[in-house]
Every structure is written in C-alpha cells, then in structure tokens.
Design a binder for this molecule. Sequence first.
Ligand SMILES: Cc1cc2nc3c(=O)[nH]c(=O)nc-3n(C[C@H](O)[C@H](O)[C@H](O)COP(=O)(O)O)c2cc1C
Length: 396
Amino acid sequence: MSEPATPPSAPGLEAARVEGSRRVAKLRTRLCDLIGIDCPVLQSGMGRVAGPDLVAEVSKAGGLGILAGLNVPPDALRQQIRRVRELTDRPFGVNLWLHPALLPPADPQGVPGDVLAAVQRALNGFRARLGLPASQASPERLPDLVEASFQTLLEERVPVFSVGLGNPGIERVRRCRERGIKVVAMVTTVEDARAVAAAEVDVIVAQGSEAGGHRSTWNGRASGESASIGTLALVPQIVDAVPTPVVAAGGIADGRGLVAALALGACGVLLGTRFVATRESLAPLFWKRAIIDRSSNETTVTTAFTGLRARVLRNVFTEEYAASGAPVLPPLLQAGAARDIVTRSTDWNDPRFVPLYSGQGNGLIRDLPGAGEVVRRLTEEAAIALRDLAAADAAA
Ligand SMILES: Cc1cc2nc3c(=O)[nH]c(=O)nc-3n(C[C@H](O)[C@H](O)[C@H](O)COP(=O)(O)O)c2cc1C
C-alpha cells in the first residue's frame, strides 16, 4: 500500500505510517514509539471489566491494555500485574483514580442526617424489589488505598501509569520517570490539560463527552456542562494548547474513529465501551448485551450511582432515582450507600439497578469479538479509511 496523502495541518496524520497489505496493515504514530506498542490503540482501565486476560489480549495484539486499579487492594493489584506478565511480555498499564475524594476517602460522618435519610428513602424503593432489607445506615468509609497502590506499581515497574480523575502532580511523575514508567493522564478541559502538562505527564488523554464511564474531572470548578465538550471539539483544542502528545477518547469504536482522531492531531485513541463488549471483559453478559442491543440515544449522564458524573445506559435506577428528586451523597459515598443494591442486582443478572457504563459509541458495537480482534480490526479499518481518503483526494 502506498503512503496516504496527508494534509499539512494534521500532525497525527503526518506521523501515521501505514505499512503492509490490507490484511496486515499497521498504523504507527509517535505514541507507538513513546510507549513501545505497535498500533496506537489504548484500552482503558475499567473497574469490573479490565482484568489480566483483557489487558494481555490487547497488549499481545499490539495495543496497550490497562488494568483497573481503583479500590483493588495492593496485594491483589500486584498479583494481577504479575499475571499480565505471565501472559505477555508486551507493555501494559495500570489505572488509578486520583480524585480528591479518595485522598483520603471522604468521611461519611460529615453527611447531614436529613440528606442521608432522603437518599436511603429512594434507595429503599430499589431494595424492596430486590428482596433486600431497608437501610438508614451511613455508607462505610472507603479504604485508603491510593498511596499503597501507587507504591505497588512503582515497585513492579509497570510500563505505564494511567491516571483518571486527577492530576498526578510533578512529584509522582518524577517517581515514575525514575523507574522508566510513562504517565498518561485523562482530562476533559483545556485548563486541566494545561495543568497535567505542567506536571510533565508523558501523554494526555482528551476525554470527550461521548465517553462511557466517569467524566475525568476532579476540581469543583468544572461544572457538569463545562466538562462536557465533545471529542471533535476538545481534541484539537488540547493539541493546540499543550506540547504533550494527545490521545483521543470518547465515542470511538472503529477504524473511522481512529482516523478522525489522527486528523484532529491526536497520536492515538483510548477506547472503553468497545472493550466492555469483548469476550475477555469481566463485565456480566447482560451488560455486554445491553451495549450491543441498545442505541446511542439510550445513554445518560448521572451522579446517582457514585456521586460523580458518569455516562451509563438508562435503566430503572437512573430513571427512578432522578424522578424521586432525592439528593446525591458526596463523591463515592453515594456508591457506598448503593453497594448492596448493585451487588444483588448483579448477582441476579438483573440490569435494572446496575451502572451499565457505556459511551455513545455503543450504537457502533454489534458483536462480541475477542479483544485482540478489536485491535486488529481498528488498525485494518483505519488503513482502509486512509486509503479511501487518499483515493478520493486523487480523484477530485
Ligand atoms: C465500563 C467503563 C469503566 C471505566 N472505568 C474507568 C476507570 O476506572 N478509570 C479511568 O480512568 N477511566 C475509566 N473509564 C473511562 C475511559 O477511560 C474512557 O474515557 C472512555 O471509556 C472512552 O470513551 P468510550 O467509552 O466511548 O470508548 C471507564 C469507561 C467505561 C466504559
């Protein structure tokens, strides 16, 4: 295949080199050289989804798999890291949230009694339908794990530290750099991109509002709407604002999305929702099915599950909680209050009361492939899209 024509204003495309035939197409950007991968595709760390099997499959296929580290006790995290290394010698990452509500975990005793009572009243309606006893209790305080988890990934010298919902700060970045660990931080605004660039992270993920899961914000100033910029508008602004390599996230599920991201100046993509619906993902089948079967207009952004804004598929929980008018507890205390409901609903394979995290790209996802196949398809489809663009240009 010949080199595609590349417009001079698209740095990502300039850096992309398409090699090989249609069957074995490889798409390299500077991200590949930076973190030692073959194709510029990152699989997001995702709680309840991204364990060693998923991560290793993505990395073996030439992308970067990322383990979910949030609330995983450090010993278990170390075991998972070692399991990935048994499965592959390719680079991989570990994701932690660095949200201020985890540093240290918020104190439930600070919640006013009337607020707690109103939240539990709404939740008790769900408990009744799941055969659970009513509760008026305060949620338990989360264990204080972030520093120990960070220490674990330093000791294990994982290739990549991926940060969600926080700024790692220059000191953590320095400690990673000393051990050869690359730092990738995810943001939703230009302002936060500048902040993590000042901390000298190696890569910035620009998370558009289409993304599934939590919005990667961490300061109270960013209201819901100001941190909800679509990928198409956000990525080039961040590319223009910082010298750091940028990876696009949010609504990308196939090779066309990868090419679009490169055209915006990104040097790669990070996908979450597409990898939830893969064979190696730990998500229960009802969640995978929901992503495959439901359409893009069935997602919503809610704080009702955790106290932090996250994009999920609408279900009984999201709709009835909103209709109840109940307040929401502070970040992550809400998750603690609803934990028994989510656990029971999951155990019963009942999608009505579980956070079915999904981005708007779910409408592009119609099958349940292996995760390695997803990586291969993305690069092959991207190579075809680039070839078609070049052909259209030549024909014009
Ligand atoms: C099920 C699910 C869980 C997620 N968990 C995390 C997480 O633990 N840490 C994190 O940094 N991002 C997490 N994300 C967000 C992703 O990093 C990413 O921004 C998003 O998935 C990209 O959009 P997409 O879902 O449209 O591909 C999660 C996303 C999903 C869908």
